[in-house]
Structure formats: structure tokens, C-alpha cells
Design a protein around this ligand. Structure first.
Ligand code: TTP
Ligand code: MG
Length: 430
């Protein structure tokens, strides 16, 4: 089915517009690149023992934990991200199991992003192995859309010795769906006048960001296909799904300028969400400080979840008794709104700037920047953390958030953040 859709698109598509016509009509051309089996492909590339074998990334054989990703060879046996390692071993006994090596993947990701900047001045990294490119003014430099896509694929292969799949379409969401249609090492081009014909009949769950819960909610109002979702009255979607419903519809309809590719340089990364606390009595007890930090992480991420943000850059601010102020940051590998993940980063930053025996602390603050909204337009969070422990923890956080919505902020807190010592202080959102 996938191959045939691709053939239809590539071969039966009406003659492509000439570059000058495309430019004249101001039709946007967006490319989406998604690397194939990213972590597993890097492991396979770097370790000759793994070549050609089924590879599962996530942890050593026989250990507890979940599959982070698996290469296409292992996927043939039904192994997929989010599955327990034990189940992966049962399904694919010959698989080679490898632990994740975060730093290495981040550095390949950076190489990928800088490589992609040769193909467009506007490259928006979207996850560790995905990016959107605004190709509108660039395609004609390479000949046509197909040559442009092939050149990107070749450059990835030659420079990184990896493969990626590419979707090229008139909008971000369609480009993203297209890149997933012919994996691995695929190139799928969707002409503007064929979008509705190709994607309209597909089930709603094909849309990135539509998980099982959204799918069920849509089914109750008879919305099963993408076309039905696009045609559904906005008020009905809002009633059923709130902001997410409105977002999905306007994304699919290309409304509200959602098609802009926002290069990192243009992104308003200066926006941050956080909380800080000034103590009435200066504090130097590490246990108290730790519980304060967890409390601040909880508060900061509570705000992020309320406003549907995920963040990536964690900053700890510290002011000592004599007003010396320190400000240190850490960039996480992936975006998150999880207080425990943020807390882990905060602890490692804090260790660098304050040790027991240092000057007592007058103020501490935690803030998160590098913010993204998952509905912009595709669910980064849902996509990246599908089936992971974060998703499971997510339902606990949702429950905590709901209790706070009803009974107030102080009604329930993360355990170590409830230390009484915080009461004498004052906190302030940043
Ligand atoms: P994906 O692009 O979702 O997956 P992939 O590149 O492994 O496979 P595909 O060919 O289908 O695109 O994610 C990119 C990397 O992000 C993936 O290699 C591992 C990591 N990742 C996580 O850390 N946690 C997760 O839950 C998922 C899904 C991926
Ligand atoms: Mg990928």
C-alpha cells in the first residue's frame, strides 16, 4: 500500500510545476527529514559486530527496561520502541542488545542539522533525528523537487553513513506524514493538488499527535478519516477535545501560519518558565536545599504543563547570603515537562555551583527555557516518549495536576518537595 501510494505520487502526479511557476504562486515547499532507526543505526554503523544483525537499543539482554528503538531487521520480528526488553528478546532471540549512549546521538544530531543547513537557510530541528526545512526558495538550485530530495538523502548517506527518510509537501504536517510513508531510506513527494486525495481517506491515527485517546474521542463524533477531521465543525472538535481538537483541525487546514519553519536562530528561546524562592533565614542544609529544588521543579513544570509547553534548557539560579549570584544551565537531550527529569538536571547543575560548607543560600531558582508547544503542529512529546516511562509518569502527573486544579496548589505535592522548611520562604514565578 505504501509503495503504491508513493508510486502514484511520483509517477502519476501531474507534471510538476516549473520552479518559476512555483515561486510565482508562492506555494510553500516544506521538507521533513526523519532519520531511520536513528540510535540503532548509529550503533550498527559504529560497531562492525552489529552489521546486518537485528539490533535493539535500550539496555543489556535480560535486564529490565524498555526498547528505545530497534533497527529494521529487528522490527521484522515485531520489536518496537516502548516494548519491554524481555519481550523484545522473546520475539527476536538473535537480537543484539545495546545500551543507549545519549551524548553520541546528540552529536550525530548536531552533525545532521548542520548538514541540512546546506539545503536551506531555514532549518528547524524538531526532535533529535527530525527537522523541517523551508525549501521554497532552494529547490530550483538543485533542479526540481525530486532532485532536491535525492540530494539531501545522498548527503546524509555520504556524510553520516546513515539513512534518513524525506517527505516533501506544501505543509509541515503533510511533509511529516509523507516522510513516514516509505521508510527506510524513502523519498515521498506530495504535490499540492493531491494532498486531499492521498491523505483525506487515511485514518485519523495517521496524523502525528493523534494517539489512541484522541482517536476514541473522535470516533464518538463519527470522525474516522483525516478528511472528516478537516471538515468537522470547529465547535464540535473543541467540545470533544478542547484546544487539542482546534489545534489539529487548524494544523490540517494550514491555518494560522502554522507552516512557517522556525529556524533555531529565530525561535524565541528567551521565554522561560520557572520559580524561585527567597528564604527568610539563609539555608545551608543540603537536605533542605534538595527538597526546595524538587519543589521548585514541581512548580515550574506544573506551569509548563498547564500551558502545554515542553522545555529543554534548565537553569539554576543561586544567590548567597552576601548577594553573590550564580546562574548555570544544562541542555537536555530531549524536550520534557517532567519534574523528575528536570530535577535530575537541576541536581547535577547545583553540584557544580554549591557544595556543603559553601556560603549559606539566600535565594534559589529553577527555570526551564528552549520551550516548544507540542501542538505546533505535531506532538513532539507524544511522538518522542510514546510508551516510555515518561508517558507512564505522565498519567500520574495529570492526576496530580487535576487534584490541584480542584483543591488548590498546596493540596498535593511531590514527596521530597513537601519539607516544612520551605514554608518560611516566599516563592515567586519568574
Ligand atoms: P524516531 O524517529 O521515532 O524513531 P527511529 O528513528 O528509531 O525510527 P524510525 O525509522 O521509525 O524513524 O525516534 C528517533 C530516536 O529517538 C530513536 O532512534 C530513539 C529515540 N527515542 C527515544 O529515546 N524514546 C522514544 O520513546 C522514541 C520513540 C524514540
Ligand atoms: Mg527517526
Amino acid at each position: 500500500m505504501r509503495a503504491s501510494v508513493r508510486e502514484q505520487m511520483l509517477e502519476k502526479a501531474p507534471a510538476r510545476r516549473k520552479p518559476s511557476e512555483a515561486a510565482a504562486s508562492k506555494q510553500r515547499i516544506i521538507a521533513h527529514v526523519d532519520m531511520d532507526a536513528f540510535f540503532a543505526a548509529i550503533e550498527e554503523r559504529d560497531n562492525p559486530r552489529l552489521h546486518g544483525k537485528p539490533v535493539v537499543v535500550g539496555g543489556a539482554k535480560g535486564t529490565r527496561g524498555v526498547v528505545t528503538t530497534a533497527n529494521y531487521e529487528a522490527r521484522k520480528s515485531g520489536v518496537h520502541a516502548g516494548m519491554s526488553l524481555m519481550e523484545a528478546e522473546r520475539r527476536c532471540p538473535d537480537a543484539m542488545f545495546v545500551r543507549s549512549k545519549g551524548g553520541k546521538y546528540t552529536s550525530v544530531s548536531l552533525q545532521l542539522m548542520s548538514l541540512l543547513r546546506k539545503f536551506s537557510p531555514s532549518v528547524e530541528p524538531y526532535s533529535i533525528d527530525e527537522a523541517f526545512l523551508d525549501a521554497t526558495g532552494c529547490v530550483h538550485l538543485f533542479g526540481d523537487v525530486e532532485e532536491y530530495g535525492r540530494a539531501i538523502g545522498r548527503a546524509i548517506q555520504e556524510t553520516l553513513n546513515l539513512t534518513g527518510s524525506i517527505g516533501i509537501a506544501p505543509s509541515r504536517i503533510v511533509a511529516k506524514m509523507a516522510s513516514g510513508m516509505d521508510k527506510p531510506n524513502g523519498l515521498t513527494i506530495v504535490e499540492p493538488d493531491r494532498v486531499a486525495e492521498i491523505f483525506g481517506p487515511l485514518p485519523v491515527e495517521t496524523v502525528p499527535g493523534v494517539g489512541p485517546a484522541t482517536q476514541r474521542a473522535l470516533a464518538t463524533i463519527g470522525v474516522k478519516t483525516i478528511q472528516q477531521l478537516v471538515d468537522c465543525p470547529e465547535s464540535l472538535l473543541s467540545h470533544k477535545l478542547g484546544m487539542h481538537g482546534r489545534d489539529l483541525r487548524s494544523t490540517l487546514r494550514d491555518e494560522e501560519g502554522r507552516d512557517r519553519v522556525v529556524a533555531l536562530e529565530e525561535r524565541s528561546d528567551d521565554k522561560s518558565m520557572g520559580h524561585e524562592r527567597t528564604f527568610r533565614i539563609d539555608v545551608d542544609d543540603p537536605k533542605v536545599i534538595q527538597s526546595q529544588l524538587l519543589y521548585l521543579c514541581d512548580r515550574a513544570t506544573r506551569r509548563m504543563r498547564k500551558e502545554h509547553y515542553l522545555g529543554r534548557v534548565v537553569t539554576v539560579k543561586l544567590r548567597t547570603k552576601d548577594f553573590e549570584t550564580h546562574d548555570h544551565q544544562k541542555k537536555l537531550e530531549l524536550w520534557t515537562d517532567d519534574p523528575i527529569q528536570i530535577y535530575e538536571a537541576v541536581r547535577s547543575i547545583f553540584k557544580r555551583i554549591w557544595q556543603p560548607g559553601d556560603k549559606p543560600i539566600r535565594l534559589i531558582g529553577v527555570s526551564v527555557s528552549g520551550l516548544l508547544r507540542p501542538g505546533d503542529p505535531v506532538g513532539v512529546q507524544q511522538h518522542l516518549f510514546k510508551g516510555s516511562s515518561i508517558e507512564r509518569r505522565g498519567s500520574l502527573l495529570n492526576a496530580l495536576d487535576r487534584i490541584r486544579d480542584v483543591y488548590g496548589e498546596g493540596s498535593i505535592e511531590l514527596a521530597a518537595g513537601t519539607d516544612d522548611m520551605r514554608r518560611p520562604g516566599r516563592t515567586a514565578p519568574q
